[in-house]
Design a protein around this ligand. Structure first.
Ligand code: UT7
Length: 330
């Protein structure tokens, strides 16, 4: 544990989930799948899908208003906005700047980070760094994902997995020894093509042909990603716990990235954490990419599951490949 520097602490959390619920039965009407397959392979029963005209920035702004109200902070109190998203509204400018404009955070600097599903934890560590350097006091870390806008709705192997939503938190300097006490992050760009969108960027700009071929949509080698997910989440958990000077048995609550129930169970088993200490909502929301952890933190707090003094392990993996874990003494 870092003994001398002040810790950074999540002081409030918020979320926004689009109201429209899409069940597995709804997807049966769209692609050749069954509720039994989706539930058995992933644990997902339903997900939220944003209306066509609801943007990533709007969802992120709604989660931001929620967290600012809970934190008793006004928009002008925010000095840094870090947005994690794999679904920016536009490639230029950053969607964080759109959120800044929507919430009226006129004193903030705003930027996006692209860590895919691990992005919220990357954002948390970036916030921690700004706070440790004395360069920010009230950091708004947002994760907002409109996965429905990049999913191939004709590909049953991916479209059943994802959902839309946004989570947010305020990170501030801790007055005591509560806050972020252990961290580990990693990436492996050699594995980029296991989970990616081939076209739509500067490498292969969108053309009528690439659009027609669906090359701007998510492609995933599910089985390969699954194996890497379990391995990297297990390793990240161990290293972040080591960094915090803790063992698996010291963890009071595990909040894993919610991609697949089987991945969550394997990660918990390898970390030596029983399932009654694991927060799960993948059944209700599916994989909302980087928004899963802040939404889960907010729900766990609201439900009284996450309590002061607990050792909380958060862990994620995603496209890149990227992975990371952050241990928080709440
Ligand atoms: O945040 C990171 C995001 N990525 C992930 O979390 C993905 C990690 N991977 C996974 O979660 C799993 O690999 C999946 C849930 C994607 C797939 O589960 P799996 O047990 O690895 O299944 P599979 O890909 O090996 O497919 C098994 C069978 C195949 O049929 P055949 O070849 O055995 O006849 C697929 O065509 O299941 C078929 N299948 C489906 N059947 C019904 C694939 N998708 C579906 C579907 N409904 N939606």
């Amino acid at each position: 544990m870092r003994s001398d520097t002040p810790l950074a602490k999540i002081t409030s959390t918020g979320r926004f989930l689009p109201p429209q619920v899409t069940t597995n039965a709804d997807l049966e009407a769209l692609v050749n799948t069954t509720d039994e397959w989706i539930t058995g392979r992933t644990g997902i029963k339903e997900r939220r899908l944003a209306e066509e005209n609801m943007s990533t920035a709007q969802m992120g702004a709604s989660a931001s208003f929620d967290v600012m109200a809970k934190a008793n902070l006004g928009p002008n109190d925010i000095d840094l906005i870090i947005l994690s998203t794999a679904t920016p509204d536009r490639l230029l400018p950053s969607t964080a700047c759109d959120i800044q404009a929507l919430i009226g955070a006129n004193n903030a600097v705003a930027f996006d980070i692209g860590g895919a599903c691990s992005g919220f934890l990357y954002g948390l560590s970036t916030a921690e760094g700004y706070i440790a350097a004395g360069r920010a006091d009230n950091v708004l870390v947002v994760a907002s994902e409109k996965m429905s806008s990049i999913v191939d709705w004709t590909d049953r192997s991916t479209c059943v997995l994802f959902g839309d939503g946004a989570g947010a938190c305020i990170v501030q300097k801790s007055e005591g020894r509560k806050g972020i006490i252990g961290t580990h992050h990693g990436s492996d760009g050699k594995l980029a093509e296991l989970l990616y969108r081939p076209a739509g960027g500067s490498l292969i700009p969108s053309t009528p042909e690439s659009m027609k071929a669906g090359d701007h949509l998510v492609k995933m080698a599910g089985k390969e990603v699954y194996k890497h997910a379990v391995r990297s989440m297990t390793e990240a958990s161990q290293k972040a716990l080591e960094d915090a000077g803790l063992l698996g048995e010291d963890v009071d609550l595990l909040i894993p990235h919610q991609a697949n129930m089987r991945i969550i169970e394997s990660t918990a088993r390898h970390a030596g954490i029983p399932m009654d200490k694991v927060f799960v909502n993948v059944d209700r929301y599916g994989n909302m990419s980087s928004a899963t952890i802040p939404v889960a933190l907010d729900e766990a707090l609201e439900q009284g599951i996450l309590q002061e003094g607990m050792n909380v392990l958060t862990v994620a993996f995603g496209a890149g490949l990227t992975w990371g874990a952050v241990v928080i003494r709440w």
